[in-house]
Design a protein around this ligand. Structure first.
Ligand SMILES: [Zn+2]
Length: 64
């Protein structure tokens, strides 16, 4: 079946985010539906907002 080729997936990406508090770098999915916290200190890095992740930490770059 070729069905999969016809469905255009919305582009989603991963964003590299640095924790403002401790500097730990994490990868955040830009459509994260749950709050993303720093693995090291627990500070909030991103929060879900209208289907997208609102980056709270310091955004370093987009990954794809
Ligand atoms: Zn941290």
């Amino acid at each position: 079946m070729e069905a999969n080729k016809k469905i255009k997936q919305p582009t989603s990406k991963f964003i590299e985010v640095e924790c403002i508090k401790c500097g730990e770098k994490s990868i955040v999915f830009d459509k994260a539906s749950t709050k993303v916290v720093c693995a090291k200190c627990g500070d909030v890095l991103a929060e879900p907002m209208g289907g997208f992740a609102f980056i709270v930490g310091k955004k370093i770059k987009d990954l794809d």
